[in-house]
Structures are given as structure tokens and as C-alpha cells.
Design a protein around this ligand. Structure first.
Ligand SMILES: Nc1ncnc2c1ncn2[C@@H]1O[C@H](COP(=O)(O)OP(=O)(O)OP(=O)(O)O)[C@@H](O)[C@H]1O
Ligand SMILES: [Mg+2]
Length: 487
């Protein structure tokens, strides 16, 4: 049987290769056609089995000949089924009525040739009844039972030899046939229902799985969105706190500077008078000179403080950052040469118009360049680049210095915050620069990696050349942004 199956299987595979249509039919064919294909193999098996067994059934030569004629008919039927009906008219197979009819006729004819009503071939009716029941259910199995009963009755009537002795035995045979059909039909229905239930369950589980996967993905997305929002909120909050802190410090500084300015002026004027009165030989001359110098230094600080908090708008002029940077570099060149720092300057091609108070902007870049040089005591490079970013002009000052430690990053714009020893730094450079950039409606941001270097970015609005005014609202209208971002 295995050999036969392998043989048939091989043949089928050959057919599939030869007939491209076979594959396309196979893909979308209904379930019963697929089952029919399998059952064709059982039919072939039956044909071969009957052909092999017939000589040993003790048949007369005439009966044997008749049997072989019917085996041939069975083979032709199976062949037709396999290569014509299943391929071209699979709809004929629906319900199993056609196959039940043909097979019941074949079995009846074999029964007739092999002994009539008493032929062992009666058992073959069970095959078609069970096959119909399993494949198509009760209705089909009852049709198969009915067909078998009618045809067998005809056989029994025509050739009663060795058959049922009376109507009782005949009814018993039919009863068993019908009950077999019912049992097989019932079992098939049960199997079908549990298959359907299982498929439903499976589909439900798949659906749940799909839903939970989608839910998990959605959750992950929401979570990362939330994280992003929280970070953004944190950044905004930080900027607001910084801006508010500097605004408060600025106000305080302005008030204090104002209050100190008048007594300082008095100290300076009176010191000048005392120096003049004492003449060149005055023994207090050196002390008075020290008072004068310190008072002047204090006034410088006060002026810087007022610069940081100044409310008056800058005197705007249309210019380009390249002009400002080129005029500033020579001013810090000596300091840079002493520290063995190289200053590189590059600008993006094309116009970068800005409306600024040139002197104030020079002060900003002197501060930034001086800080960069101070951060490279053993030499290094500071690069200044200008570029356009949308409707902003960015001037980037980047050094290869010591960098700023994270705990200082939020404090560098505060007045008097300095890490420079002794009197070398007042800690006003960046706060003054901040005030100036703010009044130009710009932003100043810093990114630094300790040990690697620091980058300051001054971003200013592009000037609209048509009216000679900055493209944004008048300076001083909003707070500058200060950000400390770690690289
Ligand atoms: N490019 C930089 N690299 C490393 N640290 C810097 C840099 N720029 C500023 N800082 C830090 O920020 C501090 C504050 O700078 P700011 O310019 O306000 O004051 P200062 O340079 O210390 O003093 P002043 O500018 O008044 O001479 C500096 O002391 C330094 O610690
Ligand atoms: Mg400085």
C-alpha cells in the first residue's frame, strides 16, 4: 500500500509539474475538492486491491472476467475523476451524490458478477456510506444508504443466489448500513463542530494576541512620547527658571549699581581734589592713587553691571557678523599668542545681514573669545563660524579648552560667577554678553564637554534689508534663552 501510495504520490507530483493549472486550482479550491483529491488515492487502492484479490475469491472464469471488466470500469472512473472532473468540474462533486451513485452502481455490478445477493461485495456499500457521511454529513450518507438499498435490492431480486434468506435478514442488512451511516455522520459532525470551535478559539486567541501586541506597541509609543514631552517640559522649565533668575539678578544689580554709582563718583571726585591739593610732594600720594585706581575699578564693575541690566535699546546698524568678528580678533590676538592659541575664522558664503549695536556686539565676542583663550592655558584652537539657520544668523565660538563642569553650567551667566583666580576675572563677561544678546532679541546657548571643549552659539534674527530693521519685533521685547546642554 505504501509502495502504491508512493507511486501515486510520485505520479501526482509529476502531473502537478506538467499542469500549471493544477497548482492554481489547488490554491483556491474548496475544502471538499482537496478531500476528494486524497480520496482518489483510496479509490485507486480499492481498484488495485479488487484486481489483486479477485483470482483468489473462488470465482468462475466468467465471473472473474466480469469482475475484471468492472475493475477496468472502476479504473476509468477513477481516472476521469482525478484528471477531468476534479480539475474541470469540481462543482459536480458537491454533496457527494454523483460519486455515491457511480460507486453504488459499480459495487452492485461487481456484486452481481461475484455471486449476486450473497456476494461478499455487499460490504463495499459500507465504504461509500461511511465516505459520504464523513465528507458531506447525514444527508449525503442517507442518499448513499438509499442508493445502496435500491441497487442491492435489484441485485438480490435478479440474482438471489446465496443472498438473504428472507425480508427480515434483508432489513437487518439495511439497518446496519443505515446505522453505520448515522454513526459515521454523527462522529463526522462532532469532529467538524469541534474543529470549527477550535478554529474560532484559535482566531479569538490570535485576535487577542494581535490586540495585545498593538496595545503594547501603542503603550511603548505613548511612553516614549511622554518621556520626550517630560524632557521638553524639563528643558523649558529650566530655561524659564534661568531667565527668571537672571532677570531678578539683573534688576537687583541695576538697583545696587545705581546706588553705588553716586557715592563712587563722590569718592573719585574727592580723591582727585585731594591729589591736586597735595601737590607732587604729598606723602599720601601713593595711598590716594590706590584709592583712585580701586574706585575706578569699582566704577568699571558698576558700568558692566548696568550694561547687563540696561533697559535702554541698543543703537542698531545694519552689518554682518564677519565685520564684527574681523574687527574683534586683532584685539585678542596678543592674549591668544601668549597662550599659544590659534584663532580660526570661517563664514558661510552669502549675505548674513544683522541689525545690531556694533559696539555692544563687539563686547560680546571679545568676552567669548577671551573666555575661550583663558580656557586653553596650554594652547589650543578657537574657531569662529557664521552661518544661516532659517531666519536666524548663528555665530559659533568653539574652543578645545578645559570645558565647563556640569555643576557650573547653569551659573556661568550669573553676574560675578567666575572660576578664574584672584582678580583676573570679575565674572561679569557672560552676564553682560547675555544682557546684550537679550536686547537684540537673540539667544546665547552653550554646549560643553569637560576636558574636550566648549561651544557658544549666539543666534540673532536675520535683518530685513528692505526696511533696515531686524526681522523680529523690537529688541528688548522678550527674554533671551539660556541653555546648558551637555554634549
Ligand atoms: N569657553 C569657556 N571654557 C571654559 N569655561 C568657561 C568658558 N567661558 C566661560 N567659562 C566659565 O564661565 C565663567 C564665567 O565667565 P565670565 O566671562 O562671565 O566671567 P570671567 O571670564 O570669569 O570673568 P570676566 O569675564 O569678568 O573677566 C568663567 O569663570 C569660566 O569658569
Ligand atoms: Mg569672561
Amino acid at each position: 500500500m505504501t509502495i502504491l501510495n508512493v507511486h501515486l504520490g510520485g505520479k501526482l507530483r509529476l502531473m502537478r509539474r506538467r499542469l500549471p493549472r493544477w497548482r492554481s486550482v489547488q490554491r483556491d479550491e474548496p475544502h471538499f475538492v482537496r478531500v476528494e483529491r486524497k480520496i482518489v488515492q483510496v479509490r485507486w487502492l480499492t481498484v488495485f486491491f479488487v484486481a489483486l484479490a479477485a483470482p483468489f475469491a473462488g470465482l468462475t472464469p466468467a465471473a472473474l472476467l466480469g469482475t475484471y471488466a468492472l475493475v477496468l470500469a472502476g479504473a476509468i472512473y477513477t481516472f476521469m475523476l482525478q484528471f477531468a472532473i476534479i480539475e474541470r468540474h469540481p462543482e459536480w462533486l458537491a454533496g457527494g451524490y454523483l460519486t455515491s451513485l457511480v460507486e453504488a452502481i459499480l459495487i452492485s455490478l461487481i456484486a452481481f458478477t461475484t455471486g449476486g445477493a450473497g456476494s461478499i461485495m455487499f460490504l463495499a456499500y459500507f465504504l461509500i456510506v461511511v465516505a459520504a457521511a464523513v465528507r458531506y454529513g447525514f444527508r449525503s450518507s442517507f442518499v448513499a444508504v438509499g442508493l445502496s438499498m435500491v441497487l442491492y435490492s435489484i441485485v438480490a431480486a435478479l440474482y438471489p443466489g446465496g443472498g438473504p434468506l428472507g425480508i427480515g435478514e434483508l432489513l437487518l442488512r439495511f439497518g446496519f448500513l443505515a446505522m453505520t451511516g448515522m454513526l459515521a455522520g454523527f462522529l463526522a459532525q462532532e469532529a467538524h463542530q469541534s474543529r470549527v470551535a477550535l478554529a474560532k478559539e484559535l482566531e479569538h486567541t490570535r485576535e487577542l494576541h494581535r490586540e495585545s501586541t498593538a496595545l503594547a506597541q501603542e503603550n511603548a509609543r505613548l511612553y516614549s512620547e511622554l518621556q520626550e514631552r517630560l524632557k521638553e517640559l524639563e528643558r523649558t522649565h529650566h530655561q524659564l527658571v534661568q531667565a527668571a533668575k537672571l532677570a531678578a539678578i539683573g534688576e537687583l544689580a541695576a538697583n545696587v549699581a545705581h546706588e553705588i554709582n553716586n557715592p563712587l563718583t563722590a569718592v573719585l571726585t574727592n580723591t582727585e581734589l585731594l591729589v591736586e591739593d597735595g601737590g607732587p610732594e604729598d606723602p599720601r600720594k601713593s595711598e590716594l592713587q590706590t584709592i583712585r585706581e580701586e574706585a575706578l575699578r569699582a566704577r568699571g564693575i558698576v558700568r558692566n553691571l548696568l550694561d547687563f541690566a540696561r533697559q535702554t535699546p541698543p543703537a542698531l546698524e545694519l552689518t554682518e557678523p564677519v565685520i564684527i568678528i574681523k574687527s574683534v580678533i586683532p584685539l585678542v590676538q596678543t592674549r591668544a599668542a601668549l597662550a599659544e592659541v590659534e584663532i580660526r575664522h570661517s563664514a558661510e558664503a552669502g549675505p548674513l545681514p544683522i541689525m545690531v549695536d556694533i559696539n555692544q556686539m563687539k563686547q560680546v565676542f571679545i568676552n567669548l573669545l577671551t573666555n575661550a583663550i583663558d580656557a586653553m592655558p596650554h594652547g589650543g584652537t578657537v574657531s569662529v563660524t557664521e552661518r544661516r539657520q532659517g531666519n536666524r544668523v548663528e555665530i559659533i565660538v568653539s574652543d578645545t579648552g578645559t570645558g565647563i563642569v556640569p555643576e557650573h553650567r547653569d551659573r556661568i551667566f550669573e553676574p560675578f560667577f567666575t572660576t578664574k583666580p584672584g582678580v583676573t576675572g570679575t565674572g561679569l563677561g557672560l552676564s553682560v554678553s547675555y544682557g546684550i544678546v537679550q536686547r537684540h532679541h537673540g539667544t546665547i546657548t552653550v554646549a560643553s564637554t569637560p576636558g574636550l571643549g566648549t561651544t557658544f552659539v549666539v543666534s540673532l534674527p536675520v535683518a530685513r534689508q528692505s526696511d533696515g530693521r531686524p526681522s523680529s519685533s523690537p529688541p528688548g521685547a522678550s527674554a533671551a534663552t539660556i541653555r546648558g546642554v551637555s554634549k
